[in-house]
Write a protein that binds this ligand. Structure first.
Ligand code: C2E
Ligand code: MG
Ligand code: MG
Ligand code: MG
Length: 288
């Protein structure tokens, strides 16, 4: 009986594996077409400086409008792109569109557009040159662009220090994304040339517990000691915002403040909207 159950489970497991790999292959196939057929677009999500309550960070997030599946979340296709090598083409598409948007916003003081960069892109030889090529193409100074790399990207890869340095020499800033989830010590991370540390939203969700608050306080202190600017991601409640503010976090983003949206809906100073439209969906305390 046990043997039979074992066999059934093995069959079930095989089937699941099979279905999963079929889904991945389908996604990979469709993603190739998506890149050719212009099905991708970027939304932008701002983070706000908690002291002067102004936008101080704008992150580009890739979206895919699939012809039959509808909107596919990045977590469903970025891993497929990374495994299939399509990430290089996808990543360059994101880079190209982001610098074009940053160029349109370049008249806004201190405006910088941040893009997410996969480990494969960063490790690919010639990535700094690729960035430089796209900056030159639109005539954009590097200080209007930033890259976000996850903490796990940098784990065990001291060789990436040089790459990050080359990128920063272009004036492009570097952020560590999802900080706290990558199991590396802040001491080690501080050896990387980093401008911004983005605290993962799992820590933000915990900020109202005494333990969570203590952990966050520690992260903030250490991050500031390395000279980095600290952004908390995924703020969804007023209580979280207040707690983060009290802990000395520099900036915050999240659904409470503003959802990712098309560039024309970003609450920017002179985006050409009426004040009412500008305020739509925006936290009442915040300015632009
Ligand atoms: P991330 O870079 O950490 O981006 C933040 C994610 O949190 C975004 O999800 C954003 O929509 C979501 N978010 C923002 N505020 C809140 C909130 O208050 N609550 C909750 N629950 N979520 C919030 P999204 O757009 O689905 O992207 C997921 C991840 O996919 C990103 O995480 C990033 O790692 C990756 N990704 C997105 N765009 C790109 C890209 O162009 N290239 C690469 N390589 N990865 C990307
Ligand atoms: Mg990010
Ligand atoms: Mg993140
Ligand atoms: Mg991430």
């Amino acid at each position: 009986r046990a043997k039979e159950t074992g066999r059934d489970q093995a069959v079930w497991f095989d089937e699941q594996m099979y279905l999963q790999s079929m889904r991945r292959m389908q996604t990979e196939h469709d993603l190739r077409l998506a890149l050719q057929h212009d099905e991708l677009f970027l939304d932008y999500q701002p983070a706000f400086d908690l002291r002067c309550e102004r936008i101080d960070h704008v992150e580009a997030l890739v979206r895919w409008r699939h012809p039959t599946r509808g909107l596919v979340p990045p977590l469903d296709f970025i891993p497929v792109a990374e495994d299939s090598g399509l990430i290089h083409q996808l990543g360059e598409w994101v880079l190209a569109r982001a610098v074009e948007q940053a160029e349109r916003w370049a008249h806004i003081p201190d405006m910088r557009v941040w893009i997410n960069v996969s480990p494969q892109q960063l490790a690919h030889c010639g990535f700094p040159e690729l960035i430089a090529t796209h900056l030159n193409r639109v005539g954009l100074p590097g200080f209007h662009l930033g890259i976000e790399v996850t903490e796990s990207t940098l784990a065990d890869r001291d060789s990436l220090t040089t790459v990050l340095q080359e990128i920063r020499q272009l004036g492009v800033a570097v952020a560590i994304d999802d900080f706290g989830t990558g199991y590396s010590s802040l001491a080690r991370l501080s050896t990387f040339p980093v401008d911004v540390i983005k605290i993962d939203r799992s820590f933000v969700a915990d900020v109202e517990t005494p333990r969570g608050e203590t952990v966050l306080a520690g992260i903030v202190t250490l991050a500031h000691a390395t000279g980095a600017h600290v952004i908390a991601e995924g703020v969804e409640t007023e209580a979280q915002l207040a707690a983060l503010s009290a802990l000395g976090v520099d900036s915050a983003s999240g659904y409470l403040l503003a959802r990712p949206a098309a560039p024309e809906h970003l609450p920017l100073p002179d985006a050409g909207h009426s004040p009412l439209e500008q305020r739509h969906g925006l936290h009442p305390r915040l300015q632009y």
